[in-house]
Design a protein around this ligand. Structure first.
Ligand SMILES: [Zn+2]
Length: 238
């Protein structure tokens, strides 16, 4: 019967599928993916830090300009005061007050310049650390990639053989039945289940007596009402 052929086909199909899953889950591949993610992450970090450093440099330039401008101004005011003493006490106090404000501002700018310098040193240190780490990881990645490529080539060949065997088996299966199988496979895999004590061997639901009768008659393809799998009974068990 057609279902025997389909059952045989399914064994090879499942073997190929599980081998493909095994390939995807290979420890070398997982490790490589992790290392690749780490390298990408570090690239992002570098870009972020570069952006931060560039913003800091802009700010540093602006603050330095302002600092110089104010220093000049203060020097000029001081010189003017040395050359010509104000006539009134109020005028003198006003001049001193204005100069004091400039001194305060200059001291603020100095503090900010120091802070920016410190922050940018930290960033530079981070960049150095990232570079060292990334270089180490890249070396490990390259070495592992080499051996993984060999592994992958072998596995791919084996998978290709398995798929070829699947194709060969498929030739014996009724095309309509094969379509049905593939459609079921999208939500229930494996798509066929053995009948076990009047239950579907895929989801363990009791089959209705109508379905059981149809199964024993062996004339119709019966699908489990619960999981949708094709229920199969080998001929010697009928
Ligand atoms: Zn079922």
């Amino acid at each position: 019967m057609q279902l025997d052929v389909l059952w045989k086909y399914m064994q090879v199909d499942m073997e190929a599928d599980s081998f493909e899953t095994e390939m995807r889950q290979s420890p070398s591949r997982q490790k490589l993916l992790k290392q690749r993610d780490f390298l990408l992450e570090q690239q992002d970090n570098m870009k972020r830090i570069e952006g931060e450093v560039s913003a800091m440099t802009d700010r540093l330039d602006a603050v330095r300009d302002e600092y110089l401008r104010l220093s000049d101004l203060l020097a000029k005011d001081k010189k003017a005061l040395d050359e010509e003493t104000p006539e009134t006490k109020e005028e003198l106090e006003k001049a001193i007050e204005s100069m004091q404000r400039m001194v305060d501002n200059l001291s603020h700018y100095e503090q900010e310049l120091q802070r920016i310098k410190k922050d940018s040193d930290t960033r530079l240190r981070q960049q150095r650390e990232i570079r060292v780490q990334a270089a180490k990881t890249k070396m490990a990645y390259d070495a592992l990639k080499k051996s993984y490529d060999v592994e992958f080539k072998e596995s791919s060949r084996k998978l290709k053989d398995l798929r070829a065997r699947t194709e060969k088996e498929a030739k014996g299966v009724d095309p309509e039945l094969l379509e049905r199988y593939k459609w079921i496979k999208q939500h229930s895999t494996p798509p066929m289940a053995l009948l076990m004590e009047n239950q579907c061997g895929g989801c363990y639901m009791q089959l209705p007596s109508v379905s059981l009768k149809e199964l024993r008659a062996g004339e119709k393809v019966v699908e489990c009402e619960n999981c949708g799998r094709i229920v199969y009974v080998p001929e010697d068990m009928l």
